[in-house]
Design a protein around this ligand. Structure first.
Ligand code: FE2
Ligand code: FE2
Length: 310
């Protein structure tokens, strides 16, 4: 297992810390470019759109991508803030690192809220984006620390994979997307390491039976997230129709639903759970039987066809 430390995470966090105004500055997106890499988008897979339509798809998907990170930060920030109190006075390095982590997530939420204003202004209308972040946060925060943290670990490791594997070297990608998600990447790097430490701590406090229950809760969280992704797929299709000023027939709609959902499932779940650092954490915590059970549950969940409401 990697040797992460609270003190090193805080030290690195201070080195890379940025301000929202420096990231946004007077930048804007280039409408002639893709706003999301093809590996995080359905644009490479759909056949019912021409090149301009595919580019437009990446633009509405980018708005959803940024919004969904802000959406999950609604439960990450309070969870980490609560965990910090376990260390107050007794372990200042851990308290300081976790408190700073929570503050960074609050900053990220504000970055993504500001970005929403820019994407709306650039695309010319208010995009439909997933609502209900407070009730989703309540649902996740109602699960055990172990389950919530394991899921959060997957989310934060995925930010690392997305930037390094998909965003950083994509020569056709809008430069503003790169600036935003490079900034997110450098701070999320410490978050992912702190999640690792905190997930280990949470699982160590559990009995074998409680650990088994925590893995069931992780499946419950992922199942709920899949339902949210399906809702956002409906919004993406409505946003795309509005942006392109056209309607989609039944065949086109079915293809868009299937491919956008496939891309979102990869982006928001599978790219996280298959990240090598997350996989290492999971294998260290789950028995072979638990690993098999969680894997089978996710496989059957993702085999299901979209149930999208536009
Ligand atoms: Fe974040
Ligand atoms: Fe984070």
């Amino acid at each position: 297992m990697p040797a992460y430390s609270y003190a090193a995470c805080l030290e690195n966090a201070y080195k890379v810390n940025w301000r929202i105004e420096d990231v946004l500055a007077d930048r804007s997106f280039d409408p002639s470019k893709r706003w999301l890499p093809l590996s995080l988008s359905a644009a490479g897979a759909v056949t019912c759109l021409d090149e301009a339509g595919k580019r437009a798809l990446t633009q509405v998907e980018l708005a959803a991508y940024a919004h969904l990170f802000g959406y999950v930060e609604e439960f990450i920030a309070p969870k980490v803030s609560t965990l910090a109190h376990d260390f107050e006075l007794e372990n200042r390095a851990a308290f300081d690192a976790l408190t700073n982590f929570a503050a960074e997530e609050v900053k990220h939420m504000n970055l993504f809220r500001a970005l929403r204003g820019r994407t709306n202004a650039q695309l010319g209308f208010e995009l439909a984006l997933l609502e209900g972040e407070t009730s989703t946060a309540r649902f996740v925060l109602g699960k055990s620390n172990a389950a919530a943290l394991l899921f959060i670990s997957a989310l934060e490791w995925m930010t690392q994979g997305h930037y390094l594997d998909a965003i950083k070297d994509d020569s056709g990608l809008d430069p503003f997307t790169k600036v935003i998600f490079k900034a997110h990447w450098v701070e999320e790097s410490q978050h992912a390491q702190l999640d690792h430490l905190e997930t280990m701590r949470a699982f160590e406090a559990l009995t074998p039976a409680e650990r088994g229950r925590a893995f069931d809760e992780v499946v419950e969280i992922v199942t709920a997230v899949d339902g949210l992704l399906q809702q956002q797929v409906g919004h993406d299709i409505a946003n795309l129709a509005r942006l392109l000023r056209r309607a989609f027939d039944a065949r086109e709609t079915a293809e868009l639903e299937r491919e956008i959902l496939r891309a979102k499932r990869w982006t928001f779940v599978l790219s996280g759970v298959t990240h090598p650092r997350f996989a290492e954490l999971f294998r260290g915590l789950a028995t072979p039987e638990q690993q098999q059970r969680v894997g089978a549950a996710l496989e059957s969940l993702f085999a299901a066809e979209p149930v999208v409401s536009c």
